[in-house]
Ligand binder design. Sequence first.
Ligand code: ATP
Ligand code: MG
Length: 570
Amino acid sequence: MSDAKTTREDEGQPGNFVADRVRADLAADAKQGRLVTRFPPEPNGYLHIGHAKSICLNFGLAALAPQGQCNLRFDDTNPEVESPEYVEAIRRDIRWLGFDWGDNEFYASDYFQQLYDWAEQLVEKGLAYVDSRSLEEIRETRGDFHRPGVDSPHRDRSVAENLDLLRKMKAGELPEGSAVLRAKIDMQSKDLKLRDPLMYRIKKVHHHRTGDAWNIYPMYDWAHGQSDAIEGVTYSVCSLEFVNHRPLYNWFLKALEIPNPPEQIEFGRLNLSYTVLSKRKLLQLVEEKHVAGWDDPRMPTVAGMRRRGFTPESIRAFADRIGVSKNDGVVDVGHLEYALREHLNETSPRVMGVLRPLELVITNWPEGKVFEAELDNLPGNESAGTRKVPFGGRVFVEQDDFLEEAPKKWWRLAPGNEVRLRGAALVTVNEVVKDDAGQVVQLKCTWDPASEGGNAADGRKVRGTIHWVSAEHAVDAEVRLYDRLFADEDPSKDFLDALNPDSLEVLTGCKLEPSVGAMEPGTRVQLERIGYFVTDSEDHQPGGPAVLNRTITLKDSWAKLAKKMGVGGK
Ligand code: ATP
Ligand code: MG
């Protein structure tokens, strides 16, 4: 974690309109020198890349001043859909992203008593009342954009009667659906949110933290601003869909006469092309088993991205670069992939692996000879060192690297072509062995014994260099080739129809260089010439057959495809 922190400071604070506002307030001492933000997830699902953006923003703002603080507050006011599993996953994901909330972990449910006491205060002030009608009736009399609402017949109940009913609601003496507490604001207001909004409904359900203590649960609008106030939050940063909640947010704080109230600031939520970021839809993908779980490497969840091989640094860099806008827009997922490739390129050690093996035998290789090829871990970065990779006379190469009838300028394997096996030897194919079906099963080659290490003693030029894995030393592997989960740029409407049928291809019988066999789960590598991979965090075990997930290809094949078809914005 401390490493991540250092990196984050190095990244610096990006300029964005929220940060500008905070800086201006700090300079003017507008908030009594306080700087408190919060990230308020509802524990009803896993965090996704949109949440990651909000996390980077809120923790980034708190880092603008030494006294800054960002709280993690679980907005746990809907017990039916929330669970401790989600709480744990959220904590883990935020930590993995590189952020530390210290002791500032809070739960809206910790404030249920305070919220309730405040509700009684509003009743006493004549600013809230119990409506004993059904939710349906209440909805019908609320009016709409063109029609004003109609006052409830219970709107002018006495304070005493309201208090009595509210206490009965709380004590569980009234059935679910028989009454709600409403703020008494204005049924004629142009702002629908201000037409006597609900504050409490009766729900006789078990809560994962408060157990059966409560029979009423606060509505989002009642819980949120007051929770901010209890925590001394200065900036309640939320996404744009809450803009029309702001007048109500402020009304409650004013009605309660909260000194130095929190201030709500909205920003445009992140939408990504080829990606769905609605928790409801993500839950559906999981429940209907279109993916293997919340942490399926194709999911845009933080857990899925981690398992896919994303680095926290790449996610933070992406969040910084896309900035913060005042409008909702769609960000090209290519930006996220770019940030990922960029960081992996700098940090992922190279290893060799063959996904679709073809056997290559060197017929003039001295019996029993094993040569140790010395290869750079990170070409261009000497400090990353080198590794030794054993090479016997029999290796696997990629089927794609051989063509029996090769066109001109094909520098890879073909009958008669001399090719470099990286760092090891120069070989020439002399004979192509086929099975009964005509499939190529083996290449018989000779090598130039003066080319140990991969270069000719006489300095002749050999253009083609391919990767290989020694057959005798290879580690067997299952390799999962993940691709985008959706084939449509905008999957938002019929998202199940937009699923990419080729988002996962599982290859077995792959061959990797021996070092991969010893790697811990969750280790990132670049398979040379193929792409970035990570050893699977669940199914890979050191010493066993390797299990690799493809994080991303080396190049953006989608951009190329889109260009070819004349679509897309790249
Ligand atoms: P729900 O549909 O359940 O409300 P949600 O994605 O809004 O889902 P929350 O747990 O309420 O989930 O979100 C926590 C915080 O993350 C909120 O402050 C919300 O504004 C922010 N957030 C959620 N989605 C995005 C997004 N796509 N881009 C930026 N911020 C987001
Ligand atoms: Mg929400």
